[in-house]
Write a protein that binds this ligand. Structure first.
Ligand code: ZN
Length: 116
């Protein structure tokens, strides 16, 4: 997030630059193939805090153009609550799709919309 040089040519970017002024590479082009991973269940979060963290994680993934977002939800109440929130987020078209991580029911993997 604090990385402020172009991933393609190394040119220093200003905070307002969405694209590199030199080579036109998108600021977050590299993130499109990457997964942003956020744990919202292992710091004694309340349900409300977990919801808020999910919301912030989705915002961050959208802003920084991550291809996928992995949300670690644990196996308790937060998991059920987040399942509902993800349903809503998908319905609102903020995320493309989601499913429990393969071999790990304590995490969801969310596909973000491809960026234009
Ligand atoms: Zn550049």
């Amino acid at each position: 997030m604090a990385d402020d040089s172009c991933t393609n040519c190394g040119m220093l970017l200003n905070p307002e630059n969405t694209n590199c002024p030199k080579c036109d590479e998108h600021r977050y082009a590299k993130n499109r193939k990457l997964t942003l991973s956020i744990d919202i269940a292992h710091a004694r979060q309340t349900l409300a805090q977990a919801e808020q963290q999910l919301d912030q994680a989705i915002e961050q993934a959208m802003t920084e153009q991550f291809g996928n977002l992995k949300i670690i939800v644990g196996r308790g109440l937060i998991r059920d609550e987040i399942h509902r929130s993800l349903d809503a987020a998908q319905w609102q078209n903020r995320i493309r799709d989601y499913q429990p991580e393969k071999y790990n029911q304590g995490a969801y993997v969310i596909q973000m919309h491809p960026c234009t």
